[in-house]
Design a protein around this ligand. Structure first.
Ligand code: 13P
Ligand code: SF4
Length: 376
């Protein structure tokens, strides 16, 4: 996609971003705390705040429900009583909450600039072209599976074409679901999660092909498409692909006995070199239940790692695999100032940065998400 097309696409996806008013800048932490607490009390049951594990502590502490993207999707679907869902996370998560929530509910993302660079790597027109080209190359029995980290229009496409959504916590079960319905999977937009998951279900690397949306026919031959059990969209997470095998070797050298656990958005060689991999929820569970005295090096977003380190000290030692700390800069866009502004606006009857998935995508997105939620 050209830069101009990318900017236009992002504007369509994100909608009209209302920027934080200047009066919310420079407010002290104590004052923000008092005002957010007062706003939450005033809104009472009309409000539910959802917070992803990668949010900074100053925001995360206000979440009524925290979790990984799968659990937050479930929470959004379950809280039909609250009129306002304020989603402290990124755009694709808030879109899913809008689709899964009841018609009387409204979803807000405190800063619309909280997007996801991986989700932006798959645009609907690229997917339409890929689909047509795959069919032209003889792939007639393909089930499209999209990662939660994708725009609603991509999820809607998958719903319409008999496919489904998955998150890192249910990807294996979702792939089995898809292979029971078609010969091949087209998985997007994360090449690495797709490869790591398919391999874990027994698919050899030779039966995987990478579709490059920037190349005619994805850069693949007919034979490569025909022999693939899974076709992986060439997309990645810029945070998780920073982790390296060299970092794992270094921590094993400096911390004998350390266990390494990474998110499956990390590259293939990093997941192979680690002791374990899992979704953010799985990482938390695994480290929490480990014996006293355990030492962990974790390859995922730094806020989650630091929070776990504080929670589990001194019984367990939790380190980040990347000494410079891997921060998701779009998750970081949501600040307590934004949260305070959105809550006070809701009290005043304003609705800044509401997420509204267009009707043309809503029904099929819901079908794709409901299929995901029904897979055990
Ligand atoms: P989870 O599905 O594990 O919450 O991950 C979401 C995400 O964006 C990871 O980068
Ligand atoms: Fe997107 Fe990566 Fe940030 Fe997750 S960590 S929201 S995949 S950029």
């Amino acid at each position: 996609m050209s830069l101009e097309a990318l900017i236009e696409y992002e504007q369509q996806q994100i909608g009209e971003r209302q920027a934080l008013p200047e009066r919310y800048l420079g407010v002290s932490e104590d004052e923000l705390d008092a005002r957010i607490s007062a706003a939450r009390a005033a809104l009472g049951d009309r409000l539910v705040i959802l917070g992803h594990h990668y949010q900074r502590d100053e925001v995360f502490k206000y979440a009524d429900h925290s979790g990984d993207s799968y659990n937050l999707a479930r929470a959004a679907a379950a809280h039909t009583d609250a009129e306002f869902i304020v989603f402290c996370g990124v755009h694709f998560m808030a879109e899913s909450a809008d689709v899964l929530s009841a018609p009387h509910q409204r979803v807000f993302l405190p800063d619309l600039a909280a997007g996801c660079s991986m989700a932006d790597m798959a645009a609907p027109d690229e997917l339409e072209r890929c689909w047509q080209e795959l069919q032209a190359m003889g792939a007639a029995d393909v089930v499209p599976v999209t990662y939660m980290n994708s725009a609603a229009a991509i999820k809607a496409f998958c719903g319409r074409e008999g496919g489904v959504v998955c998150t890192s916590s249910n990807a294996e079960a979702t792939f089995s679901w898809a292979w029971a319905r078609g010969e091949q999977i087209l998985f997007l937009p994360d090449e690495h999660l797709g490869r790591n998951t398919a391999y874990a279900t027994g698919v050899p690397l030779e039966a995987m092909a990478v579709w490059d949306p920037q190349q005619p026919m994805g850069g693949l031959t007919r034979a490569q498409v025909a022999t693939a059990r899974i076709i992986l969209w060439k997309g990645h997470c810029s945070v998780h692909t920073r982790f390296s095998v060299a970092q794992i070797e270094e921590v094993r050298r400096t911390e004998p006995g350390v266990r390494v656990i990474v998110h499956p958005e990390c590259t293939w060689d990093v997941v192979r070199a680690a002791d374990e991999s899992g979704s953010t929820g799985a990482i938390i569970r695994q480290v929490r239940k480990s014996p006293v005295g355990s030492v962990w090096a974790i390859g995922t977003e730094i806020h989650l790692v630091n929070r776990l380190a504080t929670e589990l000290a001194p019984d367990r030692t939790v380190l980040t695999l990347d000494a410079l700390g891997c921060l998701c800069s779009t998750m970081f866009r949501v600040s307590p100032n934004h949260l305070c502004w959105v809550l006070e606006s809701l009290i005043a009857g304003d609705t800044p940065n509401q997420i509204v998935v267009p009707d043309e995508h809503k029904d099929w997105t819901r079908i794709a998400l409901d299929r995901m939620l029904s897979i055990q």
